[in-house]
Design a protein around this ligand. Structure first.
Ligand code: C2E
Ligand code: MG
Ligand code: MG
Length: 548
């Protein structure tokens, strides 16, 4: 070794050791000494042989030296403190201090990496919050049982309106709820049942055994009763209920199938008003298959140009002039005909297809409405475009909107985005920040279906909102009891200087009541349904749509 070699050896941050041809340790640098948990080279030498005992491929060996050379590759070193350190060893043949050849063991310390990997694997197997099994081991257990042809039942448990609790009380309380419910579920189960957390507020229970039919039903009842008890977190008292979907193993159905069936039953339990259980039946089966077919079809819809944008005019109730249009997406399905937005927007949100769909609608609508606005013979329109909760979650949406404005040439103050209350309430602070960036572009924001969600009035004041759209159900009930609600929304909007648009006006009577109450803007079938651009152009030429 030259002087330079010597300095490199001492100072190298990589553990390095020198051994003679018998494998005896001649020297080690500071990094090596600390790698094996010794205090000094003397302590290291004194504790040899046998102290530094690398384990190779899982099997512990007593030495790292075999057949006249150090072993190469990844191995575990038993440190002097008894723990393991992990290193990747590369032996290098080189001249020693006296010119005779020695082995230099170069070690790449991978202890941290290995600990991280183990922790990651453990996290995957176990849910950290509750200590329950996570999805993977649950699915493995279920698969083992279905593959062996054993009968079993799967219960999917989902807390009702968990998001609302989570948003109003905060994540810490939400987490505590999840933990408390996990505890309660664990307590009502038999030792042979397996409880797992699938993520969020969803739990899964595997009930093995041939008797599972009655066992599953009684378990579902116990689950519902166990959840339906006050949860106290600090000073907060929370009442929450659960819905349960039940499915049984069946010949030819794999683990994924059984879980999908339980999911379909859970959907139905939710749809029937929550706080109940449903067993997977033929009704759900047809929905599962038509749903997955629809999902596959939707994936092709954009490329196959099956998605069209229709436009519904918004009118001035007093003189019938057209003030704007709402872009509403339509799916021209090759076999089913026109599929209404309600039937596929939710699916698109769940599968993530909403992003390309939303972008398509935004580009198409801004281009079309910019064209109309460029035509001096047509009224100047405000363009209303729906943005879903999932789209609002992505920071990219801001760039998308400014891109659409740039490409279409539509004036920013002519674009208004409609978001629902629930979309905003998913994550209030995030939504607020995002909406502010959107309104910074000069675009306005409307709250769609106002009155059907959970938005708090305190938030409404803080949000950069310009328009409230009164949900159709209230307009529908105008001539009965809902008049007070509509009046309250109008008063609120007035006090906060917001515009109001009434949705779903279908009759002359509704129009008159709305006018009496001071509502100026509305849309609905009384004036026009949503129409393809070509047909709407005809209407726009008339400029006025007096209903009746
Ligand atoms: P929305 O934004 O509240 O749209 C109003 C819905 O009411 C439309 O249904 C419209 O056709 C319907 N409607 C309008 N006037 C009347 C009426 O007088 N009577 C009745 N009964 N209904 C009327 P549509 O087009 O099926 O859309 C349903 C929902 O789907 C929309 O509710 C909106 O939330 C969503 N949606 C539609 N297009 C898009 C889109 O491009 N992107 C996103 N994210 N969501 C969309
Ligand atoms: Mg809308
Ligand atoms: Mg609406």
């Amino acid at each position: 070794m030259t002087m330079v070699d010597e300095v490199l050896f001492r100072e190298s941050p990589s553990p390095l050791a020198i051994r003679d041809d018998e494998g005896r340790l001649v020297d080690a640098n500071a990094a090596y000494i600390s790698f094996v948990g010794a205090y000094s080279i003397d302590e290291l030498k004194a504790s040899l042989p046998g102290i530094v005992a690398p384990a190779h491929q899982g099997k512990e060996r007593d030495d790292s030296f075999r057949d006249g050379r150090p072993l190469a590759g990844a191995m575990a070193f038993r440190r002097l403190d008894g723990c393991f350190a992990w290193g990747r060893v590369t032996p290098i043949r080189m001249p020693g201090r006296h010119g005779d050849p020695v082995w230099c063991e170069h070690i790449d310390d991978v202890t941290e990496l290995r600990h991280e990997r183990v922790a990651r694997e453990r996290r995957m197997l176990h849910d950290e919050l509750t200590g329950l099994a996570s999805r993977r081991p649950f699915m493995e257990e279920l698969a083992a049982s279905t593959e062996a042809g054993e009968s079993c039942a799967v219960l999917l448990v989902d807390l009702d309106r968990f998001r609302v609790h989570n948003d109003s009380h905060g994540h810490a309380v939400g987490n505590e709820m999840i933990r408390v419910v996990a505890d309660r579920l664990q307590r009502i189960l038999r030792p042979e049942d397996l409880l797992a957390r699938f993520g969020g507020d969803e739990y899964a229970i595997l009930i093995p055994g041939p008797d599972q039919e009655s066992e599953a039903l009684s378990t579902a009842n116990r689950v519902i009763a166990a959840v339906d008890e006050e949860i106290c977190v600090g000073d907060t008292r929370i009442f929450v209920t659960a819905s349960v979907g039940i499915a049984f193993s069946e010949p030819g159905a794999g683990a994924e199938d059984v879980v999908r069936h339980a999911e379909a039953a859970l959907y139905r339990a939710k749809g029937l008003g929550r706080n109940r259980h449903c067993v997977f039946t033929g009704i759900d089966r047809s929905q599962v298959t038509s749903r997955s077919r629809l999902e596959a079809d939707l994936r092709r819809a954009i490329d196959a140009s099956q998605l069209a944008v229709h436009y519904q005019p918004e009118v001035d109730l007093v003189d019938g002039s057209i003030l704007g249009v709402e872009a509403l997406v339509r799916w021209q399905h090759p076999e089913r005909g026109v599929v209404p937005a309600n039937e596929f927007i939710e699916l698109a949100e769940e599968t993530g297809q909403i992003h390309p769909i939303g972008e398509h609608v935004l580009l198409e609508a801004t281009r079309q409405i910019a064209d109309w606005n460029d035509d001096a013979a047509l009224p100047d329109l405000i363009a209303r475009v729906n943005i879903s909760a999932r789209e609002l979650e992505r920071p990219l949406i801001v760039e998308r909107i400014s891109g659409a404005l740039r490409e279409s040439g539509l004036a920013a103050d002519r674009l208004c985005l409609e978001v629902t209350e629930t979309a905003i309430m998913v994550d209030v602070e995030e939504s607020m920040a995002r909406l502010e960036r959107i309104t910074d572009l000069g675009v306005s924001v409307a709250i769609d279906d106002f009155g059907t969600g959970f938005s708090s009035l305190a938030y409404l004041r803080r949000f950069p909102v310009d328009v409230l759209k009164i949900d159709r159900t209230f307009v529908n009930g105008l001539t009965s009891g809902d008049r007070v609600i509509v009046q309250a929304v109008l008063d609120l909007a007035d006090a906060m200087s917001l515009e109001v648009v009434a949705e779903g006006v279908e009759t002359e009577a509704q129009r008159e009541v709305l006018m009496e109450m001071g509502c100026r803007r509305a849309q609905g079938w009384l004036f026009s349904k949503a129409l393809p651009a070509g047909e709407l152009t005809e209407l726009l030429r008339k400029r006025r749509l007096i209903g009746g």
